[in-house]
Design a protein around this ligand. Structure first.
Ligand code: COA
Length: 252
């Protein structure tokens, strides 16, 4: 009977439709907060069959990591670096890179005044008992188009001048990629670099994502200028999603 009553009411009550709301155009220069999304990029399988498959990405990565490419690579949480290592790796920050001759800064700001994220882990190659190659790693869930994507953010990639051409950066990045796939369980390693430097990453198998990059700075959300995002699938051949990239924090 109650249902009959509701139906009856629906039949006789005039349907009220709200007047259409005109879209509000934001002031130019102010970025709207993007719609929150809860959709994730499909994660790699953790099944025993997938992980035990000798031809699968997990076993292949384990084997490649063990081979170590003939270079002695050290991988440590930043908190575990020795005082000497800590001091030596400070040379390899975005700030140092940005001060290199002819390098364009990612923002029209002095390099030491913009906000950026320091690495949580450091990959080091040592020679003559000092750090000569470095790559920093952070974990971040970024957004690409409508998807949330976990990444290992790689930054501060550099080999000291006199030690270049020995395969040290290649070895450090191979270790970093294995760490991203196996320890952080993230499908991609992601680096931001000036477009002219992307050639190095492409040469060693990374890909440039042709998309705008948004990030946080003290004044709000800004576009990362003059830089591109280069990614490497670290859990097999995951496909990079399409759409703008939102770093969801400061760049690294
Ligand atoms: C780019 C850089 C990290 C390379 O370090 P490295 O230890 O000399 O690199 P590797 O010896 O491991 O080189 C690996 C391969 O990349 C190639 N390569 C090196 N620099 C390259 C470049 N700028 N463009 C294209 N390929 C490059 C090497 O020839 C080598 O190729 P091969 O193995 O086929 O012979 C180093 O030159 C550097 O510190 N540059 C300044 C900072 C910088 O540009 N950082 C990266 C962008 S943020």
């Amino acid at each position: 009977m109650a249902i009959d009553r509701i139906t009856e009411l629906l039949d006789t009550t005039r349907l009220l439709v709200a007047a259409p709301i005109e879209p509000v155009h934001p002031d130019p220069g102010i970025q709207q907060i993007p719609q929150a999304t809860s959709r994730w990029l499909a994660a790699a399988s953790t099944s025993k069959t997938a992980l035990d498959d000798p031809h699968g990405w997990y076993q292949r990565t384990l084997a490649a990591d063990a081979a170590a490419l003939g270079v002695n690579v050290l991988q440590l949480a930043v908190g575990n670096l020795s005082p000497e290592e800590r001091q030596e790796t400070q040379v390899f920050t975005r700030h140092t890179l940005d001060r290199s001759v002819g390098r364009i800064r990612p923002f029209a700001l002095p390099a030491d005044s913009y906000a950026w994220t320091a690495p949580s882990w450091s990959v080091l190659v040592k020679a003559d008992q000092r750090v000569v190659t470095h790559a920093g790693i952070i974990y971040r869930v970024i957004r690409v188009g409508q998807l949330r994507v976990p990444v290992g953010g790689i930054g501060g990639v550099m080999t000291l001048h006199d030690w270049r051409g020995h395969g040290y950066a290649r070895a450090a990045l191979a270790h970093a990629a294995a760490f991203v796939g196996m320890q952080l369980w993230a499908p991609f390693a992601l680096v931001m670099c000036p477009r002219k430097d992307a050639g190095f990453y492409e040469h060693i198998g990374w890909h440039v994502a042709e998309a705008v990059i948004w990030c946080e700075q003290r004044g709000g959300r800004v576009m990362l200028e003059d830089e591109v995002a280069a990614f490497l699938p670290c859990q097999g051949e995951a496909e990079w999603p399409s759409g703008p990239i939102d770093l969801g924090g400061t760049p690294w």
